[in-house]
Design a protein around this ligand. Structure first.
Ligand SMILES: [Zn+2]
Length: 733
């Protein structure tokens, strides 16, 4: 007796299946490929957009299933043709079960049971849903095959090996220049120029068209055909698309990977050329556009196209490389299985796939789930911020589709149930949901978020010494000019005070007269009067000394080394100066400090840090940070700029506006003021050599602090970001 006969049920089903006639779906297509070094066939289920891979013997058997041949007949026919390599009856049954399960073939029985019908209907529903999908509707425009065929003749060399070597050289050069100018590039002033958004959008669109053309061209080059192209709307942004699914039939996986990579390949090449142009030109407008190309061609390309966690180019490259064509679908199946088994407590068999390597599927599934959550949140926020009313409606639709709909389905399954299913563990579900909810809630409200608190900063002179007139007088002469370097004690100006001069003369005469009288009294020996006169002399002498000192002070001298700074020194000559009148200031070149402007939001955190070291980052110092002691924070907010370098219009970090709209024409810094009040703070430069810093160099100061729980900070950040986007849309207002 054969071992299989010991199990009557198995035996029974074997007999049943051996005698049944299988119909292979007629709309499937088969392509010969290589898989892990061995030839194999790719089954393309165009209707369900699925791909399956089978070996040559399996294919040989499958191709015999025409609806009139029984499985037993097919097995024996196959054995006659293939000999030793042929599939045995037991394996043939497994294959047939798999084909029925995946909807590739049907028996009379499975057809009547409606399984196939159901799977067709399901796919049909899915297709219709994709068409009316309001978030990503797709419009096919024309057949680009003829165009690409002629383009291939002209530009086909773009995908040759010498071009690849050139590509490597250009990209390496670009990376070198970008890293050398990293500070300048990330300072962000160009990116936020007001009308650049339009240009950036146009550049991006142009690059996307080039990108899609590259897919089509490379597909043509390897002999595929491109049947349609058109526009797909992603969150109301129209994007071009080219259908290169025919590349799936290429026998080599490296060719398929190349077609998927071709778009990025060309985009990165253009971005690299733009980077080189950017670093070699001084023309503002050329730099601006080169920067746009760089940004659009590298950042968005790497973030979206290269990212394998979304169904873009990166995904197809990865799944091809791993030789797991349904990685994404299998990942979803795996997530569903985990959910059903562990969340609902259903007794489900772990799904297995012909490619094996289940751990790759699991890792991929978890990563892409996280990414999906992130992207959903990001899209909802971006839509809200960018499109206002329409954006909110769009965000609601997206959230309904991606969040509410699946949750609704889950709840229905748990509490109402489906006929074919076991009863899910409702208590387990509720307990797990509650635990998950409570733990998430406590993470969001209890765990503090340690974030970097930042404020815009500028290197400036230490609050400088004012040179004031020590006595009253007319300004007779000025010996220096604004910007002149002076030494301590150097003569700056001379005042004239006639009254003082007269006083001194008078007192000097009085002293002489007094001396004469004292001599006379001493000769007459009138001791009592002599005593009075001596005291008198002392008084005169004291008064004279005061006056002489005042007279000496008519020469105004520098109290320290430094640079003379004054607005209109010359015009003061000849004017009367009261004591304490400011003539000029002397700014000491060696004593620079860091001045920071703190936003209202952070001022309390900075005040708690007074007396401690915080980090200073000055642009143009190669990204190095150094500590500096926070000296004080002025508790009064101000709208005026302590230094013009703070203004966004001058490359600083703080948004500014015209103080008086009618003064818009006069382009003076005087008319600019901050949009929001900021608080002035000073930092001591004790650790860094202040001589290496230039006055007016911008940067920022920062430290780590907790401002509240993760939830508080996240919601606050989002609100602030939305406000910022709105402000930019309103033209910096
Ligand atoms: Zn692409």
């Amino acid at each position: 007796m054969k071992p299989a006969d010991q199990n009557p049920a198995a035996h029974h089903s074997t007999v049943e299946l051996s005698n049944c006639k299988l119909y292979l779906r007629t709309d499937l297509s088969f392509h010969l490929q290589e898989y892990q070094g061995a030839p194999c066939y790719l089954i393309e289920d165009e209707f369900n957009s699925r791909f399956y891979r089978v070996g040559i013997p399996e294919y040989q058997l499958i191709s015999l299933l025409d609806g009139s041949t029984t499985l037993a007949q097919a097995v024996s026919k196959s054995a006659a043709q293939m000999g030793d390599q042929a599939i045995n009856e037991q394996d043939a049954i497994t294959i047939c079960k798999w084909m029925i399960d995946s909807g590739l073939a049907s028996t009379d029985a499975s057809r009547t049971s409606g399984r196939l019908l159901e799977s067709f209907e399901k796919a049909d529903r899915k297709k219709r849903k994709a068409q009316i999908n309001p978030v990503t509707p797709k419009f096919s425009l024309f057949n680009p095959d003829a165009f690409l065929t002629s383009l291939n003749m002209i530009l086909g060399w773009l995908f040759s090996f010498p071009m690849f070597l050139l590509w490597c050289g250009v990209v390496a050069t670009a990376i070198y220049h970008v890293s050398a100018n990293w500070d300048q590039m990330t300072s962000g002033t160009m990116f936020f120029a007001r009308d650049n958004w339009v240009w950036l959008g146009l550049t991006w669109m142009l690059l996307k068209i080039v990108h899609e053309t590259a897919h089509g061209l490379s597909c043509k080059r390897f002999g595929g055909d491109v049947r349609q192209c058109g526009i797909v709307m992603i969150v109301m942004v129209p994007l071009p698309f080219v259908d290169v699914t025919s590349s799936w039939r290429f026998p080599s996986k490296w060719q398929r990977i190349f077609v998927a990579a071709a778009g990025m390949y060309v985009e990165i090449f253009l971005a690299a050329i733009a980077a080189i142009v950017w670093s070699f030109t001084d023309s503002g407008i050329v730099r601006q556009h080169a920067f746009n190309f760089m940004l659009a061609g590298s950042l968005t390309t790497l973030m979206f196209n290269a990212n394998p966690l979304m169904r873009f180019d990166g995904y197809y490259m990865l799944s091809d490389w791993l030789e797991m064509p349904n990685l994404g679908t299998h990942g979803q199946q795996w997530i569903k299985w985990v959910g059903k088994k562990f969340y609902l407590g259903l007794d489900q068999k772990q799904p297995t796939w012909p490619e094996g390597r289940g751990w790759i599927v699991a890792v991929y599934a978890i990563l892409s789930l996280f990414w999906k959550v992130l992207i959903c949140a990001g899209l909802a926020i971006a839509a809200e911020a960018l499109f206002f009313g329409a954006g909110i409606a769009l965000a609601i639709i997206a959230i309904a589709m991606w969040v509410i709909w699946p949750i609704g389905k889950l709840l229905k399954m748990v509490f109402i149930g489906e006929e074919t299913q076991q009863r899910p563990g409702r208590i387990r579900f509720c307990l797990l949901t509650a635990t998950l909810g409570i733990s998430m809630w406590s993470v969001f409200t209890q765990v503090p978020w340690f974030a970097r608190v930042e404020a815009a900063a500028v290197v400036d002179y230490q609050v400088s010494h004012d040179v004031r007139s020590p006595v009253s007088g007319f300004l007779e002469r000025i010996y220096v000019h604004s910007g002149q370097l002076v030494k301590q004690g150097e003569l700056l100006a001379r005042l004239e005070n006639r009254e003082l001069d007269v006083d001194v003369e008078k007192l000097q005469i009085e002293l002489v007269v007094n001396d004469l009288r004292i001599r006379q009294l001493r000769e007459r020996e009138e001791m009592a009067t002599l005593d009075v006169e001596t005291k008198n002399r002392e008084a005169i002498e004291t008064r004279l000394n005061v006056r002489l000192e005042q007279q000496a002070n008519l020469d105004v001298r520098a109290s320290s080394d430094g640079i003379v700074v004054a607005e209109d020194l010359e015009s003061q000559v000849g004017t009367y100066l009261a004591p304490g009148h400011k003539i000029c200031t002397i700014e000491s070149e060696a004593n620079k400090e860091i001045h920071a402007m703190i936003g209202q939001h952070d001022v309390e955190l900075f005040q708690q840090r007074v007396g401690q070291d915080i980090d200073v980052h000055i642009w143009g110092m190669g990204g190095r940070e150094f500590p500096a002691k926070l000296k004080d924070v002025n508790p009064r907010g101000r709208l005026d700029l302590p230094h013009p370098s703070f203004a966004a219009t001058a490359g600083g970090a703080l948004p500014v506006r015209y103080r008086n709209p009618s003064q818009r024409d006069s382009d003076s810094d005087e008319t600019l003021e901050l949009v929001d009040p900021h608080f002035f703070a000073r930092l001591e430069l004790s650790h860094a050599p202040s001589a290496t810093l230039r006055s007016g160099q911008p940067g920022f100061v920062s430290f780590r602090a907790s401002r509240g729980s993760i939830g508080d900070v996240l919601s606050e950040k989002i609100v602030r970001w939305i406000r910022k986007m709105r402000r930019m849309q309103n033209g910096g207002r």
